[in-house]
Write a protein that binds this ligand. Structure first.
Ligand code: SF4
Length: 464
């Protein structure tokens, strides 16, 4: 097991030797000593007007303008303005960090474990699975308490491994719900009894999404390779009506990642499931899921390990595939009613209409890393796209445990906001936060707009 150390010599991160470190020492020194902010180096900080069509769940600038959180946005913008003016006057980042705002991220993705009971060919986290890296459970709870004290609003309990396989899963859910945190859970569906055990505390606005990606048992088992023979698509789906009887207030979704011929991951070709789109949508309705969501397959970019839409094919070659997917999804639409929805991810729509190119044009500074982060047994990271990627590391796995560590990690976040060049690192990522990043960049460049910035409707949706 390889380890990354802090400059003080403490182990900051333990990591599988399979993971490719891209100049980690350079990254650590950049993080500690950055002094030239990206806004000063002449890169793409001119605001661009964007015409984008965003579904409400992906309209992150509207989410940040909700009345209950708009002040967090304004504090951040004012601090960035102060930082840029201070830099022009020759102040060091250390001086300017003193006046930095002190909010926790509003939303985190929480990877509770690296353990998984599936062996999916297409897993983007394959390199870190079942590595035995884990939290101290009490420190994890204490870290979450620190974040909740400082304004955390939503937690998506998700990957790295299978969250319900974590022995402390139900305890973590209850710990968060006791403080009114909105919860999302992304699960492979193999341990639905764990969802049933916490159904009593889940409420409107919470959700559970099952990664199923298929329409029948054979494809399901071939794609996911569950270790246990009893785990079939039928068996998983059969739990949903019973959970609905326990509590029908929270949403349960059927996630279908669309994989087509030529999609590859981990040097393996993956099973094409485009013929099962309708079958899956009909099945989801039959088993009382609230919705099915379709999104395109993502893979890891070789260069920086970022999760990207697979565009190895030329656009012309993709066209027939996208047409086939479109026809199949359109056919599912008649299944929709007041209790069941068919959702197409923004990623799929922008891939289809070619506007994905707008989403890969990032400003130099990614502001969203202040508002949304990843807490994983491998550390704290700045973006879901860069889970477990060294250049995106903000701190060790317990470095939100207590006020002192919170302050240190907060400073690392602000330093990384300056050191991480999104226009370069994320140039191949169809980034759904693109619009929000440009919106914030514009406010920083025109702080007078803060005076007239109006709040959006309060939807109590802070999932970022
Ligand atoms: S620009 Fe987008 S992909 Fe890049 S770090 Fe920020 S949110 Fe993530």
């Amino acid at each position: 097991m390889e380890k990354i150390h802090t400059t003080e010599g403490e182990v900051l991160m333990e990591i599988s030797p399979l993971i490719d470190f891209r100049d980690k020492n350079k990254f650590r020194s950049e993080l500690k000593s950055v002094s030239v902010p990206l806004h000063a180096n002449g890169k793409t900080n001119a605001h661009k007007e964007k015409q984008v069509e965003l579904s409400p769940i992906h309209d992150f600038s509207a989410k940040l303008r909700q009345p209950s959180v708009i002040n967090v946005l304004k504090d951040y913008v004012r601090w960035q303005v102060e930082w840029r003016e201070g830099y022009a006057q020759g102040k060091s980042i250390e001086e300017i960090l003193e006046s930095a705002p002190n909010h926790a991220p509003l939303s985190i993705n929480l990877d509770v474990t690296t353990a998984c009971n599936y062996r999916c060919d297409h897993c983007v986290d394959m390199d870190i699975l079942n590595t035995g890296i884990r939290y101290d459970h009490e420190k994890l709870k204490s870290s979450l308490s620190t974040l909740m004290d400082r304004g955390l609003r939503t937690v998506i309990i998700i990957g790295g491994g299978e969250p319900t396989a974590y022995p402390g899963f139900t305890d973590i859910v209850r710990h968060l719900k006791a403080r009114g945190i909105k919860i999302g859970v992304v699960t492979n569906g193999s341990r639905m009894q764990k969802i049933a055990e916490v159904a009593d505390v889940l409420e409107k606005g919470d959700w559970v999404r099952l990664s199923l990606d298929s329409g029948n048992n054979d494809t399901f088992r071939a794609m996911h390779k569950p270790v246990s023979k009893k785990v079939t698509l039928d068996w998983i789906c059969s739990h949903i009506p019973d959970i609905k009887k326990l509590n029908d207030q929270f949403q349960i979704g059927y996630s279908f990642i669309v994989v087509w011929n030529d999609c590859e991951a981990n040097d393996m070709q993956i099973i094409d499931n485009t013929d099962e789109i309708y079958e899956a949508a009909a099945r989801a309705k039959q088993y009382e899921f609230d919705y099915i969501s379709f999104k395109p397959f993502l893979t890891r970019a070789e260069e920086n390990n970022a999760e990207v839409v697979n565009l190895t094919q030329q656009e012309q070659a993709l066209e027939p595939v996208l047409n086939k997917i479109r026809t199949a999804i359109d056919k599912t639409k008649h299944l929709e009613d007041s209790n069941y929805a068919v959702i197409e991810s923004t990623n799929l729509r922008v891939l289809e209409n070619g506007s994905y190119k707008d989403f890969i044009d990032q400003p130099s500074t990614c502001h969203m890393q202040y508002f949304r982060q990843i807490l994983s047994p491998l550390g704290i990271f700045n973006c879901p796209v860069y889970r477990h990627v060294p250049q995106a590391l903000l701190g060790g796995k317990h470095e939100y445990d207590g006020e002192e560590l919170f302050q240190e990690t907060q400073k690392n976040t602000l330093r990384l906001i300056e050191a991480f060049d999104a226009s370069r690192e994320c140039r191949d990522v169809t980034c759904l936060y693109n619009h929000a990043n440009w919106f914030i960049e514009d406010l920083i460049n025109h702080p007078e707009k803060l005076e007239t910035l109006s709040a959006s409707e309060e939807r109590h949706d802070y999932f970022l």
